[in-house]
Design a protein around this ligand. Structure first.
Ligand SMILES: Nc1ncnc2c1ncn2[C@@H]1O[C@H](COP(=O)(O)OP(=O)(O)OP(=O)(O)O)[C@@H](O)[C@H]1O
Ligand SMILES: [Mg+2]
Length: 207
């Protein structure tokens, strides 16, 4: 059987990842694909338990290294128990954030070396990378406006200083440029249906 496709959606807070992953799943299902929608950190019982550790508590609960280790552990469980089995079945896996978020947040903004994060990913998850990574690109201010309109209180990862998110965005864009085969930079401004059409077009060669 043909192996499934692994697609990740990346981008800063409020860029529209969760909105777009739903629209993308519908569009792919309409084309007859079996689709599994999942998220990081999380997706399995163990990884969701680690998610709760990461997203609650004070800013000083974890530092960048302990965050990166927890993300790598959550991802290892998620890849072994959910993502690889789904791909082996031939399903399309759509993942709301993946290793590139750790590279952007704990790496680009937190200062951890990219090679160290990728080494943890190699140990935990065999270095599995998506077939395509769709980076939703939105000015930080617009993402913050959207996220604030959604909920008044941010979680632990969503409550850092503005400068932190500028660094996250810069690292995301640098990765997209350096790994142009895997990444597609998607303009996330405009109506959700318009953004969705851009995402689908960026998967054209995989369909
Ligand atoms: N194209 C759009 N235009 C305007 N508002 C949008 C658009 N897409 C999503 N939104 C709204 O913006 C908010 C953030 O969107 P969403 O939750 O999809 O972003 P996200 O990238 O998943 O954010 P987070 O990183 O915080 O999980 C939601 O209230 C959503 O309804
Ligand atoms: Mg979301």
């Amino acid at each position: 059987m043909e192996r499934g496709r692994f697609i990740s959606l990346e981008g800063g807070e409020g860029a529209g990842k969760s909105t777009q992953i739903r629209l993308l799943a519908e569009a792919l299902e309409a084309r007859g694909k079996h689709v599994v929608v999942t998220r990081e950190p999380g997706g399995t019982e163990g990884a969701e338990a680690i998610r709760a550790l990461l997203l609650s508590g004070g800013q000083d609960r974890w530092n960048d290294a302990t965050e990166a280790l927890l993300f790598a552990a959550a991802r290892a469980d998620h890849v072994a128990k959910l993502i690889r089995p789904a791909l082996d079945r031939g399903d399309w896996v759509l993942c709301d954030r993946f290793v590139d978020s750790t590279r952007a947040y704990q790496g680009g903004a937190g200062g951890m070396a990219d090679a160290d994060i990728l080494m943890l990913h190699q140990i935990g998850s065999g270095g599995l990378l998506p077939d395509r990574t769709l980076l939703l690109d939105l000015p930080v201010e617009e993402g913050a406006r959207r996220a604030a309109a959604r909920s008044a209180t941010a979680d632990r990862m969503g409550a850092k200083a503005r400068d932190y998110y500028q660094k996250v965005g810069a690292r995301f864009r640098a990765m997209a440029e350096a790994e142009a085969d895997r990444f597609r930079l998607i303009d996330a401004m405009g109506a959700p249906e318009d953004v969705s059409a851009r995402l689908l077009a960026a998967l054209d060669d995989l369909l």
